[in-house]
Ligand binder design. Structure first.
Ligand code: NAD
Length: 335
């Protein structure tokens, strides 16, 4: 379907962007990936990959030259630990990326522009309880996101609205709810909760301690969507004529304690949870998928158990390899 159409994926060195490049190549697109870094865990499938800092206007002009469509995924982001501790940096970096990317796409005549927003735009007061009702798109206003990250994403959404109204750029806006899966950051401080829990449980399993730390009481809730559903939804949204913001996620809400139990089941061990202080984000968050189903005639279908099974297996391999690397060389030789 996409034969010969040229698309740009920004953030193609990151988790979702890397998977999206692979998906779009399979669909027959000519794909350009752009990022400040190459994908960490496997080679890109992009036809061309530019290392560019998209905070810089000239780099954005180079990135968007000659493409029909832009999937704008580049952002300075991470899990709650990162987002809650880098407000100024995130606001500064992501504002520049968003402003310069969309303006360059317009100048270069791109026809469609998909912007990656987040469930973090939703108002804090609607997410105060663990059993908070699912968030529907119209809940966004009056706005009061928890972090600078959410405020900046709202600005990005509004940029799209105005570029569509003023310049007829066909914009699409997706609000992701906790995307997880293989080939995602799993250590270092930017990892999100599913990857962090997989890492902790793999480390507990491989060391035989069976104990893991959980930030807070673990009763905070979220929904989690596997990356294969995510890229399918992104593609369907880009092809649709829907320009208003739309949720993309699962609508099964689980607590972080339940998430840990599911990962432990995937690992085949039982675990002891030690609750410690740490950033937890909002108390409860779930996606209302009514609009997603109505607009796309589709919704994510990979079960949390299945998604965690493959993700855990991948993270366990990473942890095992990393443990091997950290052993002194004498300890890795036999005898
Ligand atoms: P990621 O961190 O893995 O990928 C983002 C990529 O953007 C990284 O590879 C990073 O190097 C790149 N980037 C950062 N600054 C850049 C710059 N100045 N120039 C060029 N590239 C730069 O994150 P992800 O999980 O793949 O998220 C992709 C998009 O989806 C982001 O916009 C993110 O805010 C949004 N999002 C993701 C989730 C999720 O659950 N993963 C949830 C909500 C929103």
């Amino acid at each position: 379907m996409g034969a010969h159409k040229s698309v740009l994926v920004t953030g193609a060195g990151g988790f979702i962007g890397h998977h999206l490049v692979t998906y779009l190549k399979k669909k027959g697109y000519r794909v350009r990936g752009v990022d400040i870094k190459y994908p960490e865990f496997s080679a890109t499938d992009a036809d061309e990959f530019y290392l560019l800092d998209l905070r810089v206007p000239g780099n954005c002009l180079e990135a968007t030259a000659g493409v029909d469509e832009v999937y704008a995924l580049a952002a300075d982001m991470g899990g709650m630990g990162y987002i809650s501790a880098h407000h100024a940096e995130i606001l500064y970096n992501n504002s520049l990326i968003d402003l310069n990317t969309i303006e360059s796409a317009r100048v270069n005549g791109a026809r469609r522009f998909l912007y990656a927003s987040s469930a973090c735009i939703y108002p804090l007061h609607l997410q105060g309880e663990a059993d908070a009702p699912p968030l529907s798109e119209d809940d966004a206003y009056p706005a009061f996101p928890q972090d600078a990250y959410g405020w900046e994403k709202l600005m990005g959404e509004r940029l799209c609205m105005h570029y569509r109204e003023d310049y007829s750029l066909e914009t699409r806006v997706v609000r992701f709810h906790n995307i997880f899966g293989e080939l995602g950051t799993w250590e270092g401080g930017r990892e999100k909760v599913p990857a962090a829990v997989c890492r902790k449980i793999a480390a507990a399993k491989l060391s035989g301690t069976n104990e893991i730390e959980i930030w807070g009481d673990g009763k905070q809730t979220r929904s989690f969507c596997h990356i294969d559903d995510c890229v399918e939804g992104l593609y369907r949204l880009m092809r649709s004529d829907h320009f208003e913001p739309i949720n993309l996620g699962q609508d099964r809400m689980v607590s972080i304690n339940e998430l840990a139990d599911l990962v432990a089941a995937a690992a085949g061990i039982s675990i002891i949870k030690r609750h410690v202080d740490g950033p937890q984000g909002v108390r409860g968050r779930n996606s209302d998928n009514s609009r997603l189903k109505a607009v796309l005639g589709w919704e994510p279908s990979i079960s949390l158990e299945e998604g965690l099974r493959v993700t855990y297996a991948w993270v366990e391999d990473q942890v095992r390899e990393s443990l091997k690397r950290s052993l002194p060389s004498s300890a890795t030789t036999s005898n």
